[in-house]
Design a protein around this ligand. Structure first.
Ligand code: FES
Length: 104
């Protein structure tokens, strides 16, 4: 089971166990991590679960819908992802998720 470290914009860290089958977004919501809104509930149509993945092993590829939402983010970086599209599995490495200053 991978450990997920969320780092808020102000540097506050939260370390939680990732559960296989849940997404990174769902994990953040379950543990009341501030900084992810997830307005659409994980359908990849709102972009308010944006995050920066700093340390992880192989991740699923960015699908076209995720790509189009990420393209709307002015703060997009090369490691930007929608956390609702990152499904956790037991084979994943621990990962660090940095949260943006704001969601939009
Ligand atoms: S929760 Fe809406 S795009 Fe991820």
């Amino acid at each position: 089971m991978p450990v997920i470290t969320f780092i808020e914009f102000d540097g506050t860290e939260h370390q939680v166990d990732g559960e296989s089958g849940m997404t990174v977004m769902e994990t953040a919501m379950k543990h009341n991590i501030p900084g992810i809104d997830a307005d659409c509930g994980g359908s990849a149509v709102c972009g308010t679960c944006h995050c920066f993945v700093e340390a992880a092993g192989d991740l699923p590829a960015v699908e076209p819908q995720e790509e189009s939402m990420l393209g709307l983010r002015p703060d997009r970086e090369s490691n930007s992802r929608l956390s609702c599209q990152l499904q956790i599995s037991d084979q994943m490495n621990d990962m660090t998720i940095r949260l943006p200053e704001f969601q939009m």
